[in-house]
Design a protein around this ligand. Sequence first.
Ligand SMILES: Cc1cc2nc3c(=O)[nH]c(=O)nc-3n(C[C@H](O)[C@H](O)[C@H](O)COP(=O)(O)OP(=O)(O)OC[C@H]3O[C@@H](n4cnc5c(N)ncnc54)[C@H](O)[C@@H]3O)c2cc1C
Length: 408
Amino acid sequence: MSTERTFVIVGASLAGASAAETLRHDGFDGRIVLIGEEPQRPYQRPPLSKDYLRGEAGPDKVYLHDEGFYAEQQIDLRTSTRVAAVEPGAGQVLLQDGERLGYDRLLLATGAAPRRLAIPGSELPGVHALRTLEDSERLREAITAASRVVVVGAGWIGSEVAASARSMGAEVVLIERGTLPLERVLGPEVGAVYRDLHTDHGVEFVSETGVDAFDGAGSVEEVRISDGRRIACDLVVVGVGAAPRVELAQAAGLDVDDGVAVDERLETSVPGVFAAGDVAAAWHPFYQARIRVEHWANALNQGPAAARSMLGTGAAYERLPYFFSDQYDLGMEYTGYAPSWDEVVFRGDPAKREFIAFWIRDGLVVAGMNANVWDVTGPIGELIRQRRPVDRSRLADPDVPLEDLWKS
Ligand SMILES: Cc1cc2nc3c(=O)[nH]c(=O)nc-3n(C[C@H](O)[C@H](O)[C@H](O)COP(=O)(O)OP(=O)(O)OC[C@H]3O[C@@H](n4cnc5c(N)ncnc54)[C@H](O)[C@@H]3O)c2cc1C
């Protein structure tokens, strides 16, 4: 018998769709409305800067579920539908077309949007950002037609797009405001591995420079950088980070703190309203801090965790942050959270691009990254959770099993 309760999920992507799936899996027999402004059924984004962008993988790889899944599961999936407002007092969401939907529980899984550069020429044709399936398809066509691509920002998406564009045969210039790719997260030692990886593949890496303008008659032809130089190109990809989509939450009076502030069960400051994925700044019991993680595994796991909290069976979400990246023939996984550290210890040779790097703070391992080394994220996570001082030489020694580091 139906409970006749209605759970509404705003954002039909990884966090939202995995929450809907869990609600049904865990026996919720009320109404589930999954609302997304994009025209497609839920898909995942990591392939959009990798094999899907390069045309090596088809749409099958990106969709989270078969087309019939939502109807079979009686999930009312509303694509191309934007939620204009959340009204917690009335327990309703207002859709852009004026329809109001009442809810008993609400999940905000509105994700993040690419940051734009507020500089002249940002709107010129040929200047791209990458977030959606259409962005990736447009970019694939544009890279195929381009001879010289400038990527602004050597973060994860910029670095992956640079690698893909290079693999597709374009000349690539990668511009970074800092000194090295990915330096903010990985630091100089591992950032240098990525710089060398790109330059070895023929990317021109231009560091320590901002971008002042994009110029061109009709479409982009030049990037003007801060030292006055002009870099010729016929395509620009801007990858300067993403901002959480907190507008609905903010307007509804929910606490917002970088992302939508939630407790360890992913409930917002308004009871009955939850948030998960890129948009959520969640209290993390292990770190005793609120953290917002913009990565695939976090959305994949927080969606179900939020669903259980909506059902009243939830527990604290305490998975360690985890992400992966693939660039050329270098695949990596990173486990942990290290906003600061004292030193980096390598196990293996970074120059050979087959290693594990450990970030150490106050003598404890706070994060680990395995690069072209596999099946070690379990032990790396355990090393972090153990919070026991480690012997640097044993940490660096590939002959010492990682498990032995916390057992001894
Ligand atoms: C190109 C690219 C490559 C990536 N590669 C990796 C990778 O290699 N490894 C990794 O760990 N992570 C990667 N990520 C990050 C990962 O994809 C995100 O962490 C994940 O998509 C977050 O899922 P989400 O459901 O929280 O949010 P999103 O995927 O951003 O989805 C939010 C959805 O909500 C919708 N929405 C927002 N507001 C409204 C509204 N008012 N009404 C209706 N709908 C709304 C949006 O349109 C969107 O569809 C990548 C991201 C991108 C863009």
